[in-house]
Design a binder for this molecule. Structure first.
Ligand code: P6P
Length: 326
């Protein structure tokens, strides 16, 4: 008997003390992602490929689908009275939704935008926090990742897959022919050891020496300090890399870049690193900024960037120890 997302959420409520109305927030997110999924799958047929000829606060060119996905998330989530506020990669500041809402939802509406026009996997990443008492301000959102109530992503790949944690393990749902998210896997365990790494090698000359040394050791294979040959992957879509790691292990890193000392990394803490790190830790993996657990970092800004090293625990611990010893 198939278990749909709504059934799973009901089971979670029965097994654990799930915050009231949190399941309804997740259903709203899934409905927005179903809408985004339809647009992604239409592509050129709906004239939504290519540049929107606008930029976001990150200084990045926005694709038409970035702008459309962002609006779908805002419109759909704002209609849920339980949601007080939203924060998006595509919005300079937070968006006020409902004054009496109890939740904050942070998201990257379409991660991996450079892949949109070339039909490579992209995804929506989301993070759910409790709204603190009092007036909604930017500071309401600046909570360490360990305080997330839930997080997940929808991967628009060969299958459309929703991956979710409410901090009692991970559930994976595949979109079925009735356009419903159907439970297909639970509680993946990331192998502690790996022989597969994901990094954008073109930035090698800009990394800190510790990262340059580590990657050089991996490339040395059996003669390197890790004593084994490694394989490499780079999809340029964090959602796809994290999904691969949840399924078969590996290490993903977007390290600090010495060109931008004031920007410790490319990826954003609040709506990329934190939600993904929660999933990785729920699957027995590890996630650091090469110095400390990402989930323990006190955020300082809504669009704060951070270095990310995540995946198989043994490998992440090794890289983190190398950086802390350097
Ligand atoms: P690069 C996508 O733009 C993203 O934010 C992540 O999803 C991805 O891992 C990274 O940037 C890719 O960056 O520099 O390789 O294009």
């Amino acid at each position: 008997m198939s278990v749909l997302l709504s059934d799973y959420l009901q089971q979670q409520q029965q097994k654990y003390t799930v915050t009231p109305f949190l399941p309804e927030v997740i259903i709203s997110i899934s409905q927005a992602c179903l809408h985004i999924n339809r647009e992604v799958r239409l592509g050129a047929l709906d004239n939504i490929l290519g540049s929107a000829h606008t930029g976001n606060i990150q200084g990045e060119e926005q694709k038409k689908l970035d702008v459309l996905s962002n609006q779908i998330m805002i419109d759909t989530l704002s209609a849920n009275p339980a949601i007080a506020g939203l924060a998006s990669e595509e919005e300079d500041s937070f968006v006020t939704a409902n004054d009496n809402g109890q939740f904050l939802v942070l998201f990257d509406p379409l991660d991996g935008s450079s892949n949109i026009d070339v039909n490579i996997s992209i995804g929506t990443i989301f993070s759910i926090l409790a709204k603190p008492d009092g007036t909604l301000t930017t500071e309401s959102f600046l909570q360490p990742g360990r305080q997330q109530l839930a997080s997940g992503y929808v991967l628009y790949g060969p299958q459309t897959i929703l991956v979710l944690t409410l901090k009692h393990g991970i559930a994976m749902f595949t979109l079925n022919e009735q356009n419903q998210f159907q439970l297909t896997q639970e509680n993946p365990q990331i192998p502690a050891a790996t022989a597969e790494f994901a990094i954008n090698m073109s930035n090698q000359r800009h990394w800190q020496p510790a990262m340059q040394n580590y990657i050089a050791q991996l490339l040395a294979g059996k003669t390197g300090c890790r004593g084994k040959d490694y394989n490499m992957r780079w999809v340029a879509s964090m959602v796809a890399e994290v999904h691969r790691i949840l399924i078969r292990g590996g290490i993903f890193t977007y390290p600090q870049d010495q060109r931008n000392p004031d920007k410790p990394g490319k990826l954003r803490l609040m709506y990329e690193a934190n939600p993904m790190s929660l999933l990785i830790e729920q699957a027995q993996g590890a996630a650091t900024n090469a110095q400390q657990n990402i989930l323990d970092i006190q955020p300082e800004g809504l669009h704060q960037r951070i270095a990310v090293v995540l995946g198989s625990k043994e490998e992440v611990d090794y890289v983190t120890a190398m950086h802390n010893a350097s």
